[in-house]
Write a protein that binds this ligand. Structure first.
Ligand code: CR6
Length: 759
């Protein structure tokens, strides 16, 4: 009996063969937890520490990932197989911790994996939401949001005896700290600290995801991002944010003192990376706590300004947080004099209303606190950082050019290749060795096989098996049948107008109508077989996003009922997109849709995951697509559409009129009109369809119409190119071999080199 086998048997009190999947899951969990814990570093040995503060950590399932990182995966899989068990079925038992919305939260999780893998002294700090991002169902072609409990069944969290007092709106709450162990690849473990309140009560949730937003003791950590479409929802966010950072600040001070800091030298012991503006209140809170411990205001501000660093993740104005000072006065009155003092210093120094912290409407600009009182400001892709410097944050850049820097996002290869696509991972390792897992730049060596017929055939075969696996998964879990021999064209990401799922939809309508015409003319449909897969959750308060989902589901239904066209063309929207679904879609993708309006997608990270798994990108020159394009060259990517200077100039001049495009372009007009044509109206909801069409016709804020023709042309070109399978597979191989740059290990090395400077 192997050691693993006897340990498992001991945990479960029975043999592997006798155990149920549930028991095996629990047994494996206990073993990985114990192994991970052994690898926690000795606190006192290291001086400086990274505190990665984030309202979101989109963790994903942990079992396989941890087994891989701990070097136990192959052994566990073989042991299970030998006893007639299947590791995939055991993984199904695990509830995914969805403590994030999308890219930003997933990035935070990839970063923790890399911090651990690089043996850097660090940890994550966030909140222990009881319910993850809502579970999405489709009912009557519409999204329905349901609670998504994960905590009770998870087992990954360790309740600690640590906790702190946090005072909000005059009441004091005592927190409890839970730790989740983040394993690194054959390296140390780091903790993700998630703060919670014992009084939170999941039973107050009713009618989908509604709850009493005023009862803070019961609702504080109930949900990630409560609906912020009303005052109470917005205030609850401030409660959450302050609870997170006050706990975080107290933890930082405790730990740093224990490691030997005298507080005056805090910057030698701590750096806090502020992930978007949600944790910004750590700056005034830390100043407050230092003052409480006897440090004068000037010095406290100077100390904190050396510890704090800010990452910006968007240029969309609605996402740059601003709070009315009245909210802060109500909830965190202890911070208001400090924020006023910080604002005062800015006003005395700079005669520029665009850089103040509290504006003339008594609104507090959170990002401005970060920029004035942090030591670093970074964007998340080259283009994004340039836009911050030259346009969005130009006035700040002029004051502090030395603070601005770029850190192009990355992804962990452990989860996004080894764990989600083990066959491809081992194949590459068989060709170029294992080194690329830790030294991602070595993936470039795989490029030498670009003309090797055997390798190209092997890659094609791996992709085919992944497509068949996806087809089976969709059949088993959703009763959706798709043809694994068709081209899989995938757009999976949060639903947002700037990401332009609506442009993809318009093309699908256009293609459907073309095929229908052929059928009616009695022609044979010899077009390439295509399955377009969408997967996306829309924020419950974002009406147009829901309308887009509705229109996609209606079109899906219409095509399903078309016996001729559905043989060559299908549109399928997969419900409840999350990390688990992403891990199935990505290895099976042929064409990766990254079609945001240039300048609007700060980086994107899905684009990198698809590339690494051997998909070809169709995309705009936006975010990290620009860098992907530079790396793979014109022949291995399909780039189209307006470039960002042109887009920015349209916004500045306010000269874009969507109706002109509609009037001018008959093909586009036909697709837009179809939204409210008889077939769609019979299938769906008139209010939703009309609203969507009107939005496009009268606004189209993210300019889908001007890019539509170029998009259609290049997409059809990509489908034609796919027919030459060898040439296509070569593109896939080149994409894989150039993906090394997008390892989050590279990104984290850069953060550490330029901002953190931790040993
Ligand atoms: N939505 C950006 O839009 C970027 C991630 C991570 C986003 C996306 O382009 O890749 O952050 N921004 O940097 C925000 O969430 C504010 C995202 O995930």
């Amino acid at each position: 009996m192997s050691e693993l086998e006897s340990r498992l048997a001991k945990e479960m009190g029975k043999s592997v063969r006798e155990a149920s999947n549930e028991e095996l899951y629990k047994g494996l969990l206990a073993i990985t937890q114990a192994e991970a814990e052994k690898k926690l570093p000795f606190e006192s040995k290291k001086k400086k520490k990274i505190y990665y503060l984030s309202a979101e950590f989109l963790i994903g399932k942990l079992l396989s990932n941890n087994l891989i990182n701990l070097g136990l995966f192959d052994e566990a899989r073989e042991l299970l197989e030998k006893n007639g068990k299947d590791i995939t079925a055991i993984e199904e038992i695990e509830e995914e911790p969805s403590l994030g919305n999308g890219g930003l939260g997933r990035l935070a999780s990839c970063f923790l994996d890399s911090i651990a893998t690089l043996n850097l002294n660090g940890c994550g700090v966030g909140l222990n939401y009881h319910l993850g991002l809502f579970r999405q169902e489709f009912v009557d072609h519409q999204q329905k949001a349901e609670p998504n409990p994960w905590l009770k069944k998870s087992g990954w969290e360790v309740k600690t005896s640590r906790g702190y007092d946090v005072t909000m709106a005059g009441k004091t709450y005592h927190s409890t700290l839970y730790d989740l162990y983040v394993t690194g690849y054959e390296s140390e473990t780091i903790p993700l600290h998630l703060f919670d309140l014992d009084t939170v009560d999941e039973t107050i949730v009713h009618d989908g995801i509604d709850f009493d937003k005023k009862d803070i003791a019961k609702n504080l950590t109930l949900f990630l991002y409560p609906d912020d479409s009303d005052d109470d929802g917005r205030k609850l966010r401030i409660y959450q944010q302050y609870f997170m950072v006050s706990n975080g600040a107290q933890l930082i001070l405790d730990e740093c003192v224990a490691r030997g800091s005298n507080l005056h030298d805090l910057a030698d012991y701590a750096v806090f990376q502020i992930n978007d503006t949600h944790p910004t209140m750590i700056i005034p809170e830390m100043i407050r706590l230092l003052e409480e411990r006897g440090i004068g205001e000037d010095e406290a501000i100077a100390i904190v300004s050396k510890c704090a660093a800010y990452t910006n993740h968007t240029i969309l104005a609605e996402a740059l947080e601003k709070w009315p000072i009245s909210y802060l006065k109500e909830i965190v009155p202890q911070l208001v004099p400090i924020i006023e003092a910080l604002d005062d210093r800015v006003r005395r120094k700079y005669d520029d209303p665009s850089v103040v912290i509290i504006d003339k409407n008594d609104t507090v600009h959170m990002a401005h606190i970060d920029i004035h009182y942090g030591k670093s400001v970074n964007g998340v892709a080259k283009l994004h950082t340039e836009i911050l410097e030259q346009t969005e944050l130009r006035n700040f850049y002029n004051i502090y050019p030395e603070k601005f820097n770029n850190k192009t996002n990355g992804i962990t290869f452990r989860r996004w290749l080894l764990s989600c696509n083990p066959e491809l991972g081992s194949y590459i390792a068989g060709k170029i060795g294992n080194d690329f897992i830790r030294h991602a730049e070595k993936l470039e060596e795989f490029g030498k096989y670009a003309d090797d017929e055997q390798v190209l055939n092997d890659l094609m075969a791996i992709k085919s098996r992944n497509k068949a696996r996806l087809a089976k998964y969709l059949k088993d879990t959703r009763n959706i049948e798709i043809d694994p021999d068709s081209i899989f064209d995938i757009q999976a990401k949060r639903l947002h107008e700037y990401k332009r799922q609506q442009m993809n939809l318009l093309w699908c309508i256009h293609h459907y109508l073309d095929l229908r015409r052929k059928v009616e003319a009695g022609q044979v449909l010899d077009d390439p077989k295509v399955t377009v897969l969408f997967a996306a959750k829309a924020a419950p308060a974002y009406i147009i996003a829901q309308d887009i989902i509705h229109a996609i589901l209606c079109l899906q239904d219409i095509i399903e009922h078309d016996p001729e066209v559905s043989k060559v063309f299908r549109v399928v929207m997969v419900d409840n997109y999350n990390i688990t679904v992403a891990e199935k879609l990505i290895p099976a993708c042929d064409l990766s849709e990254q079609i945001s309006l240039a300048s609007k997608e700060a980086s994107g990270t899905g684009n990198m995951k698809y590339m690494l798994n051997g998909a070809v990108t169709i995309g705009t020159e936006d975010g990290a697509n620009v860098e992907i394009h530079n790396l793979v060259g014109d022949d291995n990517i399909y780039i189209f559409g307006m470039r960002s200077p042109e887009v920015i100039s349209h916004y500045e001049k306010a000269d874009y009129v969507s109706r002109d495009w509609y009037n001018r372009d008959a093909v586009l007009r036909e697709a837009v009109d179809y939204l409210t044509g008889s077939r769609m109206m019979e299938t769906g909801n008139a209010e939703r369809l009309n609203r969507l069409k009107n939005e496009l016709l009268n606004k189209d804020w993210f300019m889908t119409f001007p890019d539509f023709e170029a998009y259609s042309k290049i997409r059809e070109q990509a489908y034609r190119d796919y027919a030459d399978r060898k040439a296509w597979e070569k593109k896939c191989l080149i994409n894989i071999s150039k993906a090394g740059y997008f390892s989050s290990d590279r990104t984290i090395e850069e953060y550490n080199r330029d901002i953190w400077q931790v040993q």
